[in-house]
Design a protein around this ligand. Structure first.
Ligand SMILES: Cc1cc2nc3c(=O)[nH]c(=O)nc-3n(C[C@H](O)[C@H](O)[C@H](O)COP(=O)(O)O)c2cc1C
Length: 378
């Protein structure tokens, strides 16, 4: 694929600052509140440090429990346009539930973000998993067919971005007339697809530049990279794989482990986790129900509670990386060697923890040959 965000061997994206709780189902009092000014500060810090992209979570419903993680969340297109105004280089993804917005709306909105940001917009497609999020919109989520519908949605969206004359579209899920869009984005936006199941991988192989997926076991995800690449080759594509990582980085290993234990074990929000597993299980993909791929089986076992997780107060599918800056780089080296192109920067409190990560981990990534020095003035 084209190298959207520079030449670094291993890339980073800040994930989830638009939602209260970020990716951490914890009741620790210093958890992320999604305060606008703090979000803006994180975006500026990441921009100035050469982090490749910002990636929001699309959310319409909280997880309940004591913290009601995600109960407060900013909408992603409007947030992206605002971030475009206060940053200069960082890529800005929007995350769109394709069952909630029309392709014509998405084409116009992504063009708006792209023009406002000078060509830095990307689209993360999510097909949805929590039926409660769709009820306020009067939509019933269909877990079995979400990718079939998503594929049609994407084809209409992609045709709109070709910029041709008006066209109509009639197919199983859409009956649309007079489709046209102007302006076009300044350049084709990178397409990310966030999913874990085999069905989700097939979808990403057909349409995406990036599969954004979970990481539990580096060997399993390494094989997912191979599977995705061979599926994508049939469509003439070569998508990259990015994974979800969460960091606890401290000067000593003990400090890091103690802090992770405090917020992600002692302070984990069990009711939120139970609600997540229940809702996520209620809309399993066909391939997960059928135990199709290794990652389907991994997902099904996690949702059924068969896999004991060391840090329940981190989202299922997030890979915890805990330790000193040197420990962190060593682990990222293993992940990179598995064929994974990048991962997310997720912290309990982004504004408190990102500066140390930038100061200590990024220079070590340069020394390790995984990233090059970021020339802020370039
Ligand atoms: C790494 C990752 C990030 C995701 N981000 C979102 C999100 O922001 N909003 C959302 O509603 N779903 C999100 N999802 C859910 C997926 O889009 C998808 O609906 C869900 O994983 C079910 O599909 P699957 O069975 O193919 O994994 C994410 C999933 C993964 C694995």
């Amino acid at each position: 694929m084209a190298n959207f965000f520079g030449d670094n061997i291993f890339k980073f994206g800040v994930f989830g600052i638009n939602c209260a709780g970020g990716l951490t189902p914890s009741i620790a009092p210093e958890r992320w509140r999604a305060d606008w000014n703090e979000m803006a500060d994180v975006a500026r810090l990441a921009d100035e440090a050469g982090v490749e992209f910002m990636l929001p979570i699309a959310k319409w419903h909280g997880l309940g429990g004591k913290a009601d993680m995600w109960g407060r969340s900013f909408e992603t297109f409007t947030q992206a346009a605002a971030l475009a105004m206060i940053t200069r280089r960082i890529g800005i993804f929007v995350t769109a539930h394709v069952s909630l917005i029309t392709p014509a709306f998405a084409a116009k909105a992504i063009a708006t973000v792209d023009h406002a940001s000078g060509g830095r917009a990307g689209l993360n497609i999510v097909c949805g998993w929590n039926p409660d999020e769709f009820k306020p919109h009067g939509i019933k989520l269909d877990g079995e067919h979400r990718y079939d519908r998503g594929l049609e949605w994407y084809k209409i969206f992609a045709k709109l971005l070709e910029g041709g004359p008006k066209f109509d579209w009639k197919s199983q899920y859409f009956d649309l007339e007079g489709l046209v869009t102007d302006p076009l984005p300044l350049r084709p936006p990178p397409i990310m697809s966030a999913a874990q199941s085999g069905d989700g991988q097939s979808f990403a192989a057909e349409i995406a530049d990036i599969l954004f997926t979970s990481l539990q076991d580096i060997d399993v995800t390494s094989r997912t990279v191979q599977t995705l690449r061979s599926l994508a080759a049939r469509h003439g594509r070569k998508p990259d794989v990015y994974v979800q990582t969460q960091f606890v980085c401290k000067p000593t290993r003990k400090e890091a482990e103690d802090y992770a234990h405090y917020y992600a074990v002692e302070m984990a929000d069990p009711d939120a986790l139970e609600y997540f597993a229940r809702q996520r299980s209620s809309t399993m993909s066909k391939s997960t129900k059928g135990g199709g791929s290794e990652s389907d089986r991994e997902l099904a076992a996690t949702l059924a509670g068969q896999k004991k997780r060391r840090f329940p107060g981190m989202m299922a599918g997030t890979y915890p990386i805990i330790g000193t800056p040197d420990d962190i780089v060593a682990e990222l080296h293993r992940i990179s060697a598995a064929g994974i192109s990048g991962s997310t920067l997720v912290f309990l409190n982004y504004l408190q923890e990102l500066p140390y990560f930038i100061q200590e981990v990024l220079p070590r990534m340069e020394k390790a040959g995984l990233r090059s020095k970021f020339a802020a003035a370039a």
